[in-house]
Ligand binder design. Sequence first.
Ligand SMILES: [Mn+2]
Length: 424
Amino acid sequence: MQLKKNTIDEHNQPLISEHKRKFDFISAGINNIDAVIKKLVDFNVAIPSWALGTGGTRFGRFAGSGEPGNLVEKMEDIGLLHALNKSSGAISLHIPWDIPENYADIKSLAAQLGLQFDAVNSNTFQDQKARELSYKFGSLQHVNKAVRKQAIEHNIEVIKHGIELGSKALTVWLSDGSCFPGQLNFRKAFQNTLESLQEIYAALPADWKVFVEYKAFEPNFYSMTVGDWGQSLLYANKLGPKAFTLVDLGHHLPNANIEQIVSLLLMEKKLAGFHFNDSKYGDDDLTVGSIRPYQLFLIFIELVEGMDARGMNHATDLGWMIDASHNVKDPLEDLLQSVEAIMIAYAQALLIDRKKLNEAQDSNDVVTAQEVLQDTFRTDVRSIVAEARLRSGAALNPVQLFRDIKVREQLIKERGTKTVATGL
Ligand SMILES: [Mn+2]
């Protein structure tokens, strides 16, 4: 299923006058509104191929319907999202779940849908049917060299698929760690992991990056071998200039100051990948902005400030991706909500009165600093984000359009009720 331009125009038409009224009101007080909108238009967030089906927990999975059953259908789903909001123009593949049968066909479909290939993701947290050795006790950290070798070769194979598609980065998330005290020699696990990553790093093309993603706990519950940003940064620094840290919002211990982590990693030129989601307790993988929108806003302030300090391009110099799971919502609606929350936080960060904030910081005026942040946070910028969508040919209200034209019902007609997205 693909959306036609006139479907979007027909949706926008009756909403335009009310949109204009809101947009004119809010934009009257902003002197660089066109520059802000240009940045919003350029900004895109990659959608991971595994986010298009209904997720689950270890207690069960309540399957949705009309889910994409193969890579082509996953790309078509992201194409639909991108047609609706023009801010989801990239896909992040997961190997082995999304191995293309024919690279040329997949590349031409991507071009037709306006999609780029974001970072490719390896998987050594599950045993694959074709693999002989088990990752039960880790992959790149494993005490058995043969297991490490198998995991290294898998990562190199992922890089090769990425090269064929025009991807420029490999994301390595390891479930490696231990569940009980005494199970693991931390130092040996670190060394094994580092040596394994060095072999993978050596296979990276010159213009590629590797993102080392960290996670505080789960599936291992006593130690994680890449457990926090400090450990990730250790690996990245030891590996070399093509290695970076990836921050996933759900991968911290409760109350971690993620905005400070982001700021310092950017300063050290070691932040390159970013995974959005939200959580109340741990790695809950909830819709972005659904629980802590203020934290998301504070993180974006640091992202924008840190990138501007280094003259980076907001849209292209970091790998932006949603990494969430949808257990009770329609995955596509959930993703539309997540992208919207990201765009709102980004727009607000662009509108911060930097000069006033810097002056307040330099004079220890804590009250004014807070006023600056909260003034912007309490400003309703949704019409600014909608205006960016309008100017790029997207829908003023993507979720409403999705429902009005019954996208899910059409997908169920095409694919059936009992489809399960590969990998879930
Ligand atoms: Mn992630």
